[in-house]
Design a protein around this ligand. Structure first.
Ligand SMILES: [Zn+2]
Ligand SMILES: [Zn+2]
Length: 88
């Protein structure tokens, strides 16, 4: 299950479609084929994107959301995140 940021659409990795754990590691990489992941928790093996997409929030958007919440509201005009790329 692909984890994607609902705000900036950045991909945040894979999540196990069975138990929901994000402790997944790519176990097989074949060129031209969908990568295969293995869940560390329940040992479930799944393909990238299997089970659909789950939306969350990446670290930078989370920070932005927090900053926005603590600062006085400046109308409904939302600043578009995603400029300059994600910071690690
Ligand atoms: Zn984001
Ligand atoms: Zn699992």
């Amino acid at each position: 299950m692909t984890r994607r940021c609902a705000w900036c659409r950045k991909q945040m990795g894979e999540k196990c479609p069975k138990c929901g754990s994000d402790r997944c590691a790519e176990i097989a990489k074949v060129r031209g084929k969908t990568p295969v992941y293995g869940c560390d928790e329940c040992r479930f093996v799944f393909r990238e994107g299997q089970g659909g997409i789950t939306h969350g929030m990446c670290d930078s958007c989370m920070r932005e959301a927090k900053a926005r919440r603590s600062s006085p509201v400046t109308g409904s005009l939302a600043r578009t995140p995603g400029k300059g790329g994600p910071e690690k």
